[in-house]
Design a protein around this ligand. Structure first.
Ligand code: SF4
Length: 439
């Protein structure tokens, strides 16, 4: 008899991707196999995101398309989970509107999935969206990658940025015990992993063992496991301490890259966003990071069109883009999320202005970076190889430097997962071209 097959479609951030790895772990433990695509699957799970309206609309569209599959295979189990389903009203609406969805569950009920599947196989429909604040340890994880992976160090967020739905769907900040994190990383080192990303909504406020272990101390403990590379995300500028900068500078394994969302360059908008720093506080951090951490590259997130944003506010954002010199900026149009303070603010910006500002910002960011990578020509650095582009005549291996710069160099699939010393010989705006330096 063939095994039951599952298919998971994950939307949104790395945290969601990591939850999907835990879902896969539970399903494999139940004896199920991963399907190549949703048409072969007996169980389809959509792990949703509610941070942006666009992702939500896509989920509703994709859930609608499941009807045809259910008609063809009445035994098919359809499940929808994730942040969107932690919003009780949205979960109830979806459950009612799509009778061919068997299971709906929120982010706090992940560990209940095996029981819910058993119920669904008995012909029951299940919805579970209750809140919960405990940390569930020991869930099995099927990691997508054999050399690079994520380790969650904390859950939830207490910052309540006025545009953000996350604190309402992921709950209050809870930090995992450092012992559990270290045991997980030690296991990964033993399994040959080279790079980990420590995950949390705001890792800088990690507070292990009720304040005994802060984030810089955790970085030292993680580095002691012998892991080759440590990344972390996301960092809130208001909690980026001198001690953390010192840890980044002094621990070899910590990569010289930080993702530090600025969101806006206007102090008035930052205050309305409840970000608790000013543009000059932010630029001071940028300068401290650049002075202390050799070769650091900084990436960021920016929102345009926040309620009441004027041309002058938007210009302040362009100014901070120029002053901070970001290696990459992930830019978004503000999208109102029901239940957040900003959604109710007067002065919502028309869509055409938001689109125009986004276009200007992206062009400005690209022009700021023009020729900025030329400084890497002639330097050498270690690349952790992530893949191989076989489309060109000469196969190109690719991967990232510690500072998150993408590098391409002649090489084949055998290099995937290896750390290779590469000399940079030319530069494009978004990547570097190199050649392997043999020892
Ligand atoms: S820090 Fe702000 S933007 Fe980030 S998850 Fe928390 S509330 Fe949302």
């Amino acid at each position: 008899m063939s095994k039951i097959q599952y298919f998971i479609e994950s939307y949104g951030c790395q945290m969601n991707d990591h939850d999907s790895e835990k879902i896969a772990g539970m399903l494999q433990k139940m004896g199920y196999d991963r399907a190549k695509n949703k048409f072969d699957a007996d169980i389809i799970i959509f792990n949703t995101c509610c941070v942006r309206e666009h992702a939500e609309l896509r989920v509703f569209g994709n859930v609608g398309a499941l009807k045809k599959l259910k008609d063809e295979n009445p035994e098919l189990i359809n499940a929808v989970c994730g942040c969107m389903m932690q919003q009780q009203e949205v979960a109830k609406k979806l459950f009612k509107r799509f009778p061919y969805v068997n299971i709906v569950f929120g982010t706090h009920c992940l560990d209940k999935l095996p029981d819910m599947i058993t119920q669904a196989r008995l012909g029951n429909r299940v919805i579970s969206t209750e809140d919960g604040n405990e940390i569930i340890e020991g869930l099995p994880i099927i990691r997508q990658n054999k050399y690079q992976t994520s380790v969650t160090i904390m859950y939830g967020c207490d910052n309540y940025c006025t545009y953000c739905i996350v604190p309402y769907v992921r709950g209050h900040e809870r930090s995992r015990d450092p012992e559990n994190i270290i045991a997980e990383v030690e296991g990964l080192v033993k399994d040959g992993y080279k790079e980990i990303t420590l995950l949390g909504q705001n890792v800088n406020s990690y507070n292990g063992r009720n304040g005994e272990v802060d984030f810089p101390k955790l970085l030292h403990m993680v580095a002691d496991t012998g892991i080759e590379r440590i990344r972390f995300m996301t960092s809130h500028p208001k909690d980026l301490s001198p001690k953390l900068i010192e840890a980044m500078a002094s621990i070899d394994a910590v990569c010289n890259h930080i993702h530090l969302p600025v969101q806006s360059g206007s102090d008035r908008i930052l205050s309305r966003m409840n970000r608790k720093y000013s543009s000059s506080d932010y630029l001071k951090l940028v300068s401290e990071l650049r002075n202390a951490v050799k070769g650091i590259e900084i990436t960021t997130d920016i929102i345009v069109g926040f309620p009441t944003e004027t041309d002058e506010d938007f210009n302040d954002t362009l100014n901070i883009v120029k002053a901070a010199y970001f290696a990459a900026a992930y830019t978004f149009m503000y999208s109102p999320r029901a239940g957040t303070p900003a959604a109710k603010m007067a002065g919502q910006i028309p869509q055409n202005i938001k689109s125009e500002r986004l276009k200007i910002l992206n062009e400005y960011q690209a022009s700021t970076l023009q020729n900025g990578n030329l400084k890497y020509i002639g330097t050498t650095g270690n690349v952790l190889v992530e893949g191989c582009d076989t489309r060109s005549e000469c196969k190109q291996a690719f991967g990232k430097l510690s500072n998150f710069k993408m590098v391409y160099f002649p090489g084949d699939e055998s290099l995937i997962g290896k750390t290779v010393n590469v000399e940079i010989i030319s530069a494009k705006n978004n990547s570097l071209i190199g050649t392997e330096v043999k020892a």
